[in-house]
Write a protein of this length. Sequence first.
Length: 317
Amino acid sequence: MNDEAAFLSAIEANPDDGDVCLVFADWLDERTDPRARSYRARGSVLRDRSGWHVNFCSGGIGSYITGKRVAELHGTAKLIHLFTDTKSEDVDLYRFLKESTDQTGGTLITIAEGRDLWQLFNDNNMIANTRADLCSRILKREMSNWWIREIFPGGAGVTLYFGIDHSERHRTVAIARNWEPFRVEFPLCEPPYMAKCDMLKECERDGIDPPGIYDEGFPHNNCGGFCVKAGHAHFALLLQARPKVFMEHANKEDDFRKRTGKDVAVMRDRRGGVTKPLPMLEFKRQVEAGERVIDRTDWGKGCQCFTPDESSSDAKG
């Protein structure tokens, strides 16, 4: 076989044949195609389905420390760092992702649905928000769910790891339930417990510059500082620290509102006991005019891409 279509046809016809995946991976490597990593991992798993470890790697500091702990306990020969790309990430995230997984060892696999946040919102004719996490569900959970269940049917032979620390232990129940029947572990919920500042110091001791977004005050390194589950304090920081990013999303939100004629927005205004949409451009105007006092404790839900809301279609119970 010497063309991609023939390889893909052979893989489809022989889904349990690891050798054809490995040959295709070599073929992709010769062409510097980044998909080679994924097919090589798939081929290796098909040859030996036991004892694998998948670290759900978000590009944040918690994922790095989680990967380190897994590597220390189980080695790196069968360690996969799975990154699900929203196509809306900060450039520095990709730098940190590569450096941190190179340091840890194992195989970094990047998968992506293909659309960025606003392409997804426009295609579905709705804007995600803290109550309806369209982006988290489709771009993160459904993509990773498809990949894991395709590679490890039935949940056998693999343990899944998430970088949830002891301060967010309440999130572990929904994640574990969503991944049944897979074995799921949360290494940062076990001793030695670490605060985020301790994780960042360990990262520096390992010779890696932590994601720069943390120095700007953001709690998570996802989507360049934008998050549909964020609160007003988070958006105020985005406006102050990353005005170009804020305006990029604000203008796309405004374009959506004009195109659809819908009074919808990522944020909510709850003043006066009435809840209504709060467009980002209006939020900016109010902040700059001194008309809005920001509740500095309102950071929202933060990055919970792998924690399904109870109302989400992928939440089980």
